[in-house]
Design a binder for this molecule. Sequence first.
Ligand SMILES: [Zn+2]
Length: 366
Amino acid sequence: MPPILRDKADTVHLKRGLSPLWRDDLEVQIGVEERISHRLTLQDPREYLILEALTIDHTLPQLRGILIREHYDPSRADAIVGELVDAGVVQGPTRGASQLSIPRPARELLAPAAESRALTRDDDGWPPIMDLVASSVHVVGLGRTGARVAATLAASGVGHLLLTDPSPVTPRDCGLDYTQADIGQPRDAVMRSRVRSMPGACVPFVRTGAETHVTVMVDCGVYDILRARDLMYQGSPHLLVLIGEASSSVGPWVSPGHGPCLRCLALHSTDEDPLWPTMATQLANSHTLGARGEDPALASLVGCYAASQVVAALTGYRPPCADLTIAFALPDYSTRAIRWSPHPECGCIAPVTGQDNDFAPSEQAA
Ligand SMILES: [Zn+2]
């Protein structure tokens, strides 16, 4: 009996989303993506009944019974399941049952994420989801883009959300996460209510003054220098989402002490234009961008991308936008990536030796 099946009553099934596909009379391919698919050569077409049965839960005795009814060697059920286990395309019973601590509606909400992740992992996909449930994220700035970040994080299972933006919802915010009925109410109060009432939401709640694992700064024009400085002092990871004039950007993901910080970016910008600090100060005090509002498709695109970076980090992966700013530009929503290096004058990481030219930002196609 394959090791994932310890008991006769244990069930096994193809990982959700995988289909058995005939290639020829005896060869079947499970899945199509190269990194997760497997080709199986059958000894007889009747063995396909095993694959067909595995699209839902079956025990090994049940699978053997299918072949017995076909007057066929039942031991082939064991051999086929064993091969599929080795190939990582079947899922056995959930042993840890850790997700049972999540209310049932939330389990159903999060099951697609867990089952999708199971395709690239050896487990049932729930451990990273449980990491999200135990995580705390602070989203600052809740225009259309920031609201998308918050809603996507809540739907992804982030269990604790701190939302900050007391400015009132305006008609220019509506359409994605705000409605006409929200106009005039504080954005953060509306979004707290929205994520709490999300069907099956993992009970995200607001923390005040509590430590957060990640802060998402959704700023207009220029980043909030004081907030970034505080986060660096605290050693707290943060992600910059910047609403620009005709573009918005995500990144870099700042992990203090490991790569460039937001001050590094400002120093690089100053290297390129010595008068940048003069303009940045004025921009920080200008409300023109914020009052204009945000293109809905751009806000949705950028907000969801930013949330995906946070989810990646909270589930143990290096966010793709670490060291990078990914800019999404109007009018065609094209992307470009700007790679950053620590600035030698910043001091946010250990002093770096080498030539100054090594630290200039570089652009590359996204
Ligand atoms: Zn720095």
